[in-house]
Design a protein around this ligand. Structure first.
Ligand code: BGC
Length: 534
């Protein structure tokens, strides 16, 4: 995924800064603040802490028209304009629809406590609330849930992760219309009724903040709506539509959680939350203005979806800078939005620097109200914020984990948190051989250092209940197609064979809590993975 704000900045930097270009070629001028590899053990986490791995339906399921599933927005998008840089789509993806038993075996072999996956809305309700429930879809997810439970793995289910029946787009414009709330509520009810006896962790929506930015501000995701300077789209308004879509997503979330809390939770006893994409925003300089900009960046990105679900309204900063552009909640809506979550789902990958635009010159994007008058940049004094990854807006910044968890802890009064996604994709993958992809030492180092950073915040009292690696296996990385790989398992694109990477062996070792003997004479791989783990 590519937030334009960042891509644009990156584009400008890479076009004009020789430093950046050089550092992309492996120049040692990239200074990492954390260059000492930490040692982290499962026993550093409290008993009952859930360790898992995550995926989403469109990214792995395939079987895009099987068993009465309808076309989703992503199917339609990929089959019309083309959706990714490699010209690929999710028609087959990892064929998880047919290979789920093998995949559950892999999860079991890793020793996962939990598996986070999402429901394909178009598989369960091909026509939304305008048609029948598709029993084949219900059967498919029942099989997944039952087989997970059989192996002692707790299902952690997301109701919506970027995809929905295309009919809802064609009929009324999906998330731009309040009708979508009714459809989401119906999906939620069908899922609580069908699966809630066994599913104890629910997420209503994955990353509404990232989704509306990509779909309605940058126009990279369907329905490809945006306006200048964010992108070139046929239709849309990047200053306003993300706010409207988010408002409908939040009300859909709030209404679904109300339904769960009132009608299902008392009997089923599960928890329900919202997952938010959380960049850590650090001030670019020590100036008061940049420190304020970092706070604003947080409010306009993370606080935007989270404040309403805990306090019942949008952040003050958004009211101040957006005025009447910001949709408002009625008194009755504020009441059910407030405290509508049992936990906060944090998807954390990276950090960015924030530069004030209220008082200094910035990019056109940074100068916009929807961005809170903040430019987000990746370099300070010619030094990148962290080591680059396979996505040009994500960098390895382990300290960001501790910082973001602490911020969220303080702002939301230590509400229970799950790290619902954290993962690494290697740069320049097209040029790498399979053996290099399998020998993913960088991914292991990434997880070790982010986990170590997480333990710091937890030692300071952060109420974090679980951690999910993104992703269980290489999948369809949206507009990046299949060349960006996040998986613990390598997936061969021709045969769809799954092969455990070193990171899978490391995770298994980590989860079995065999504290690794630090034998300085043993090879690094032996120390990390043992001799024979998978
Ligand atoms: C999304 C995933 C995506 C991952 C890596 C997250 O923001 O939830 O669907 O694959 O980032 O880009």
């Amino acid at each position: 995924m590519k937030p334009s704000t960042i891509s644009l900045v990156l584009f400008l930097i890479s076009s004009f800064s020789p430093l950046f270009a050089a550092s992309n070629n492996g120049d040692t001028r990239i200074k990492l603040e954390e260059n000492k590899q930490p040692h982290v053990k499962r026993s550093d986490f409290p008993p009952g802490f859930l360790f898992g791995a995550a995926t989403s339906a469109y990214q792995i399921e395939g079987a895009y028209l099987e068993d009465a599933k309808s076309l989703s927005n992503w199917d339609a998008f990929c089959h019309s304009t083309g959706c990714s840089v490699d010209g690929e789509n999710g028609d087959i993806a990892d064929d998880h629809y047919h290979m789920f038993l093998e995949d559950i075996d892999a999860m079991h072999s890793l020793g996962l406590d939990s598996y986070r996956f999402s429901i394909s809305w178009a598989r369960i309700l091909p026509r939304g609330r305008f048609g029948e429930v598709n029993s084949a879809g219900i059967i498919f997810y029942n099989k997944i849930i039952d087989n997970l439970i059989l192996k002692g793995i707790k299902p952690f289910v997301t109701l919506n992760h970027n995809d929905f029946p295309q009919e809802l787009e064609d009929k009324y414009g999906s998330w731009l219309d309040p009708e979508m709330q009714e459809d989401f509520l119906y999906l939620a009810e069908v899922c609580f009724k069908s699966f809630g006896d066994r599913v104890k962790y629910w997420v209503t929506i994955n990353e509404p903040n990232m989704f509306v930015e990509l779909a309605y501000e940058l126009g990279i995701f369907p329905p490809s709506r945006c306006s200048q300077p964010f992108g070139n789209c046929l239709h849309g308004n990047s200053d306003v539509e993300p706010l409207i879509a988010m408002h409908n997503m939040l009300l859909a979330h709030g209404r679904a959680t109300k339904l769960y809390h009132e009608n299902f939770q008392p009997k089923q006893g599960g928890l329900i939350g919202l997952v938010v994409h959380c960049f850590m925003y650090e001030p670019l300089t020590d100036s008061e203005l940049d420190r304020e900009a970092a706070k604003r960046a947080f409010a306009f990105d993370v606080g935007w979806p989270l404040d309403p679900t805990i306090f019942g309204d949008y952040p003050e900063e958004m009211h101040k800078y957006l005025g009447s552009k910001l949709p408002s909640f009625s008194l009755q809506e504020k009441k059910f939005m407030k405290n509508s979550i049992d936990f906060i789902g944090i998807n954390h990958y990276s950090a960015l620097y924030s530069k004030d635009c209220t008082n200094s010159s910035c990019s056109a994007v940074g100068n916009s109200s929807i961005q809170g008058f903040v430019d987000k940049v990746v370099e300070r004094d010619g030094v990148l914020i962290g080591e680059p990854t396979g996505l040009d807006y994500l960098f390895v910044v382990p300290r960001g984990m501790e910082e973001i968890v602490n911020l969220i802890k303080i702002r939301y009064n230590n509400k229970p948190m799950f790290i619902t996604e954290n993962g690494y994709s290697s740069p320049d993958l097209q040029e790498q051989r399979v053996s290099m992809l399998l020998n993913d030492v960088k991914r292991v180092e990434f997880h070790e250092s982010y986990l170590a950073s997480l333990t710091k915040s937890m030692r300071d009292g952060a109420n974090v209940r679980g951690y999910f690696v993104w992703s269980l296996m290489d999948g369809y990385e949206w507009s990046q197609g299949y060349n960006v790989r996040f998986g613990l398992y390598y997936v061969d694109r021709q045969t769809l064979t799954r092969v455990p990477k070193l990171s899978a062996r490391w995770y298994k070792k980590f989860l079995t809590n065999n504290s690794v003997l630090i034998n300085q004479n043993a090879s690094r791989n032996e120390r990390l993975f043992g001799k024979d783990v998978i």
